[in-house]
Design a protein around this ligand. Structure first.
Ligand code: NAP
Length: 347
């Protein structure tokens, strides 16, 4: 007897409504068993909620942990996935492979039952059934759970390395696209400004940017604590305290720090909305603004740049770049400063 659903590499038949769209676009999806012939079943331990999403949920719940728990349980029960309707974002998870459908493409994606993995596709499209939430770690956007998730045949994952604490790998892999794209974007001699530079993707981007000869790396940070934490690190040349929602303040401070030249490349990794214009005004003409932040609003960025006559290249931060997981993990192994911060923060 065949106990599997037919193969379905993009999870189309799991979509409940509206029919015909991909799971990421869907209002709700079906996370229940049985598996499709080409799916992978994961026993989940921790969700790394996307920072912009966790920040929004926490604010809506006044920071109350019981309310956050109810909110997440209700969201996942209603949608069949951890997909925040306000930010549109998800996050990723770690867990153990429990079952592999007979048509899962193990030739190209080797995996065995019992492997410890992190998914590299967003929770906003990952079928998820939460039995219970066992802990919420609000400072690091992590939610420990007893849950089951399903990975489609088209989905990406990484086997968790044995030489790093799993919670560190989870945090790093969540933002792995950012340092990989930073490597492609930074040119030798660039002035690079990282908005939200003291956060997890900001630190990885700064370290990567500083590897190119002659780069000058500046950060905008909001809280005094984050400024202090970031200031002493060798991969920042300057840390500017400012609120990235205040575009004029940021523009003036970046102008002062660069002798009016502004940044060649602005990397936006803030986890709050309304930071598009600070990024645009801090960038020189013909420079690049790279929006990795999930709180970025396309219309605000596009019309905002037009509104101030800024001829700059606006890039969307794709969560995926070939080799991004290996690259991000290698940065933690290379840098004792990154290792210390990530271990102290995420273990
Ligand atoms: P994170 O660790 O929470 O860092 C966010 C940083 O932004 C923190 O340093 C925070 O400073 C800073 N910040 C907050 N409000 C600010 C303000 N008003 N002015 C200046 N800085 C401010 O976040 P993360 O995990 O690195 O994620 C960064 C962004 O990437 C988030 O928006 C997340 O949603 C997004 N993301 C995108 C993808 C993708 O595929 N494109 C994947 C994962 C994550 P404080 O510590 O002082 O608050």
């Amino acid at each position: 007897m065949n106990s599997f659903r037919p193969a379905d590499p993009f999870g189309l038949t799991r979509v409940i409504e509206p029919k015909g769209v991909l799971p990421q676009q869907a209002q709700s999806i079906d996370p229940t068993l049985p598996l499709a012939e080409d799916e992978l079943q994961i026993s989940v331990e921790s969700l790394n909620i996307d920072s912009a999403s966790f920040h929004q949920i926490s604010k809506a719940c006044d920071g109350n942990l019981d309310a956050i728990e109810k909110h997440i349980l209700n969201l996942v029960k209603t949608r069949g996935k951890q997909h925040n309707p306000v930010t549109g974002s998800g996050g990723m998870l770690i867990g153990t492979v429990e079952k592999i459908g007979p048509k899962f493409p193990i030739q190209t994606k080797p995996v065995s039952v019992g492997d410890r993995i992190a998914t590299l596709v967003s929770l906003s499209l990952t079928p998820l059934l939460i039995e219970k939430i066992t802990a919420i770690h609000p400072k690091i956007d992590r939610v420990d759970v007893k849950a089951k998730a399903i990975l489609f045949a088209s989905g990406l994952f990484a086997r968790l390395p044995k030489d790093l604490p799993e919670t560190v790998s989870l945090a790093v892999l969540d933002v792995a696209g950012a340092p990989a794209q930073t490597r492609q974007l930074v040119q030798p001699g660039n002035t690079v400004l990282i908005i939200g530079g003291g956060g997890k993707s900001g630190l990885l981007c700064a370290y990567e940017a500083k590897k190119k000869p002659g780069t000058r790396v500046l950060a905008i940070e909001y809280s005094a604590a984050a400024v202090e934490r970031t200031k002493g690190l060798p991969f920042f040349d300057d840390v500017i305290q400012a609120d990235a929602r205040n575009a004029v303040e940021v523009m003036q401070k970046v102008s002062a720090a660069t002798g009016g030249r502004m940044a060649d490349l602005v990397i936006n990794v803030a986890n709050v909305p309304e930071t598009e214009m600070a990024s645009i005004l801090a960038c020189r003409a013909k420079g690049i603004v790279y929006f990795f932040s999930m709180a970025t609003h396309f219309t605000r960025a596009a019309l905002g740049a037009e509104g101030v006559g800024a001829d700059i290249d606006l890039r969307i931060g794709n969560g995926y770049t070939e080799g991004h997981a290996d690259l991000a993990l290698s940065l933690i192994r290379e840098s004792k400063e990154l290792q210390k911060i990530f271990t102290e923060t995420y273990c």
